[in-house]
Write a protein that binds this ligand. Sequence first.
Ligand SMILES: *Cc1c(COP(=O)(O)O)cnc(C)c1O
Length: 493
Amino acid sequence: MTQPFTGNPCHIYTSTRGDSKAVSFDQAVLQGFALDGGLFVPKALPSFSLDELKGMAGMAYTELAVYILSRFIDPAVIPGTDLERLILKSFSSFDHPDIIPLVPCPLRPDLRIMELFRGPTLSFKDIAMGFLVRVMDYLLAKGNRKLNLVLATTGDTGPAAAHAAAGLSTMDCWPLFPKGMITLEQEVQMTSLTASNIHPVGVENCPDGGDDLDRVVLNLFSDPDLKNKLQLSSVNSINWCRVMVQAVHYFYGYFRACKTIGAPVVFSVPSGAFGNLFAGFLARKMGLPVQEFICAVNANQTLYRAFTTGVFKNEALISTCSSAIDIVVPYNFWRFLYFASGRNAVKIRTWMDEFHATGQVIIDPETLNAIQNGFVSTSVSDQQTLATIKAVYKADPSYLLDPHGAVAVAGAKTMAHRYSAGTSIVCLATAHPAKFPDIIAKALGGKSLPQEATHASLVQAKKADQKLEVCELRDLEGHLINRMQTRNGKCNG
Ligand SMILES: *Cc1c(COP(=O)(O)O)cnc(C)c1O
């Protein structure tokens, strides 16, 4: 592996807990978590002046991605031409020439919708996962290595990872999901894949759903011998590479929505694990003149409470109609607190330990002030979400929001009074409505679903032969170890 460092601090990664030694980009990507349990962050962030931003404003999405991401990666690890190739490949399967088009919101002239769901599995997870998995493949191939990607999924992450990994010779991918607890659409996106390196596992009898699976995965990973023998790795939302690539869509959205470079633009973001919003924060720290971010959540109010009261607290999960943001511990919030506290690793370590022990942290007034600078939060009820889907569809029967995009639009409507006339608000739509047909039916209340609530790729996936391994939760660990050993034996012998 490439040894650090060229000396450019934007290419050197340290842990938010401050106890791990600095690593280079490739190590940060392949390790995921820092060895001290913290999250990787670069030692310094690149910055873009207003003049430079003016020069970037006309770039296509992929051009912009190459321009911005190259600042975070030592060219000795990924040379510029290879990075460009990886980015073009990652987004080649998106179904719109703009990759992430901005469209007017039929409800109000000041709102725009940025469609982040044009990738192969129809959710915004495709943006970061497509790139991360290809970067891993590139780094593994260079080091002549192979690994087993294991991930527990309760929604959009598994399909995005499986599609990105399908057919790659450097990895086997094991998406695990609680059988019967994800939508049929999400399930077939994994089980209809024919590539021989994709092994979806439906797990029966998981009373706690994703949490049960997380425990098994954590257990597998906590045994260093096993982890090493089976070459286990994951692609969860804390991976720096996923966060970094998500910063690009804020630049792109800003340039399309602003009247002049420097004019105020607001982003409304449906938030769960806070990866997407943290990326927005990064974009602003790098010089993008975003006026404010609206952190739109559903009835799960961890983030809302933190932003409004400074109490960061773990509460019981509530099931809502925007299920991808039913999250009570937004893991990327630690990264945000790290920067907001002036890179105070000692403070973050104390808070993380306190949170793990008691389920609660009280953010001090100074840090609270810092996180409220440029961020507001609002909590959107299911009733508002459904009413927003219906109102948009009534205003324009050719436009259907998904429940998560609807949370963003509802949040923007609630907060719009804060901004002067003419301020553009960009609402992030993170999934295609066809992934949530039951919610759409509920929102529209009609007998038959409109054509906008279907997607050809899902129709096809449902018709295809399905490949699925089913096992009981109590057998899962043994099943995985067995299957990986057989696979590894086959590949190596
Ligand atoms: C993952 C996801 C989100 C939440 O993004 P975070 O980065 O976890 O805040 C929102 N909408 C959809 C559809 C998702 O799949």
